[in-house]
Design a binder for this molecule. Structure first.
Ligand code: SAM
Length: 234
């Protein structure tokens, strides 16, 4: 089990402020109709669920990180949105209703350590989707694995600084050490791992792969860091 994002959730939104979630929304909306229901797996602090709910979709989210779900619930209250969040492992979830669409964005699937976990997750997805419903996800590419095989990033934010070290520790495994120092406090370290998967590892008999692309609707190129996949339940 990955030990990701124990306290990281409290800092996540500031670190991700540069990410354009609207591009994800635009991409996902191609597969949605007014009023559709969407479950965002590994929803983090709920930024994507908020965007969906603000557009009138019925969004729910789950994530393994308690700190992330705590922030997601605060953001939902602030925006008076009706979103159901729960702390849950995406390789072992059940739903009490069927969804039109499920998403799992920002290389969250790469947090699952084993092919078996991916298979379990896809089974849960397939069970929780309506017939013809969509599953939209992304995985990181070989290019990204190479780029982050020995990487460091140092960034100052308003109330904390971050020192982020990423190392390839096995052929398919990136190890992250994220040291966060809040002003006036002792640093603490979050460590977690991500695992490389090939497109063919993300397959399930009831989910038909209908689209593969690099960044948002562009054809997949060798230099792309992210691979976007769209499946339809058959
Ligand atoms: C890179 S973040 C992406 C968060 C969010 N999807 C976004 O786009 O902002 C990866 C997320 O995966 C979550 N995660 C990792 N393993 C998980 C698991 N087994 N089940 C559910 N969530 C998990 C982490 O807690 C974290 O919030």
């Amino acid at each position: 089990m990955n030990n990701a994002y124990k306290k990281f959730g409290y800092f996540y939104d500031e670190i991700m402020a540069c990410v354009n979630y609207d591009l994800w929304l635009e991409f996902v909306e191609e597969y949605l109709k007014v009023g559709d229901s969407i479950l965002d797996l590994a929803c983090g602090t709920g930024t994507f669920c908020n965007l969906l709910a603000l557009k009138g979709y019925h969004a729910d989210g789950l994530d393994l990180s308690e700190s992330s779900i705590e922030i997601a619930n605060e953001k939902k209250k602030l925006n008076r949105l009706d979103i159901n969040y729960r702390v849950c492992d995406m390789s072992k979830f059940k739903t009490d209703k069927k969804y039109d669409c499920m998403t799992c964005l920002f290389d969250s699937m790469n947090f699952l350590p084993k092919k078996k976990d991916i298979q379990n997750m896809l089974s849960c997805v397939s069970k929780g989707l309506k017939d013809n419903g969509y599953f939209i996800c992304d995985i990181f590419s070989k290019e990204m694995l190479k780029e982050y095989s020995n990487n460091e990033m140092h960034e100052d934010y308003e109330t904390f600084k971050i020192d982020w070290y990423t190392k390839k520790v096995k052929d398919n495994q990136l190890h992250h050490d994220v040291i966060i120092t809040e002003k006036g406090n002792q640093p603490f370290t979050e460590t977690y791992d991500e695992y490389y998967y090939d497109i063919k590892d993300i397959s399930h008999k009831n989910l038909k792969l209908i689209k593969v692309c690099g960044d948002f609707n562009e054809d997949l190129q060798d230099e792309d860091e992210r691979i976007l996949l769209v499946f339809q339940k058959i």
